[in-house]
Design a binder for this molecule. Sequence first.
Ligand code: ACO
Length: 428
Amino acid sequence: MSDTVKLSYNGKEYEYPIIESVIGDRGINIAKLRDETGLITLDTGFKNTGATKSKITYLDGDLGQLYYRGYPIEQIAEKSTFTEVMYLLLEGELPTREQLTQFEADIKKNSLVSEEMKQILKSFPRSAHPMGVLSTLTNALTAFNPHAVNVKSERDLHNAFTLLLAKFPVLCAWTYRLKLGLPLNYSNNRLDYPHNFYQMMFRKPTEDFEVDELVVDAIDKLLILHADHEQNCSTSTVRMVGSAHTGLFASISAGVSALWGPLHGGANQAVIEMLETIKDDGGDLQKWINKAKSKNDNFRLMGFGHRVYRNFDPRARVIKKVADDIFNKLGIHDETLEIAKKLEEVALSDSYFAEKKLYPNVDFYSGIIYRALGIPTEMFTVMFALGRLPGWIAQWKEMRMNGEPINRPRQIYVGSPKRDYVEIDKRN
Ligand code: ACO
């Protein structure tokens, strides 16, 4: 196999080396392309562009494979905990018992959020979207922890990472409690991560608190499934913002904003809203499938399709099982969920979706589970953000450790050529 690619342009030949991968896509190193040829590449949406070399997550969209640090997601989801996964993504290896205990302790000692943060939280109206609130609060952590992270110091990095891993779930729970007008709960350091998050979300001062282990387990699995997904939109945002040497918390806050969009993490909210609309419209599934297929209609089947997966999203397989367990155990009967199941069936047997390789993605099912757990629709993407946090941090760390230069794409200019300024009275 050739280890270079030849380009012929203007009667000259140029040669560019192949970048090898461990598995998956290999790349062409075009670092010298512009200097040598005067050309740049155009790849709107980065469909063919590798932004970095990464050791964190591997996914094969055609085979529907996803590995965290080499471990298949199915094994991780079955055997691991979210806390272990956080460690794995950040440190590159699964922790020993001692390492895990130390990691948990380091997170717990940072779990108190400044009381002044509550003032910022409470200045939002209850109608505020939780993702906007979360992004703001995450950015505000910079003000409360102003010392820039010295990326040359392992200890500084570890402190900043564990601080964020500790405070972010509190901020997520607080955005939920604000939405519902409930008093804010604090972290309970006697509990492990998922039980602690569960109590911060759902414990009411007026009632005895009962823990549903199935729900805690489902939350932990959902967090694991969302923990990283290589160079997706929000992760690329975190890396890009961080490439300007912007601080960790501000970079992550930008990632939260990117995740909010309905074509990305916001799809889990959009799925439920779509199902509700279909239900209120009389439940004629074929009508909505036809709308999704029509070139003259902007409607898309939310929760279907993925930029990289052209096969079943492996996370969707795992999550579907979680959804079944939850519904069987809780004995839930919900018309919206019935519509979801039927819609999936109809879409999967339709040639349009088969030909375009559009399968349900992780967000088709995650929203359904969150709904069954009684989490308000607008909170769904916050749950996604909580899961994605360790991935964002690991990617930010990798980018800084690699000493990557500031991310600054070029463009092909197609606007007006140079022209002289026209005085206001002479414009028509
Ligand atoms: N419903 C109907 N048609 C679709 C859908 C859909 N959900 N998704 C893609 N298509 C069609 C497009 O219209 C296009 O058709 P064409 O080739 O005839 O023009 C073709 O499939 C390819 O679609 P693109 O938009 O080019 O694919 P891209 O990779 O850019 O987009 C995306 C991927 C954004 C996920 C898209 O499939 C989509 O909008 N899905 C719905 C939103 C969603 O569920 N997002 C969550 C993704 S998972 C995540 O971010 C966590």
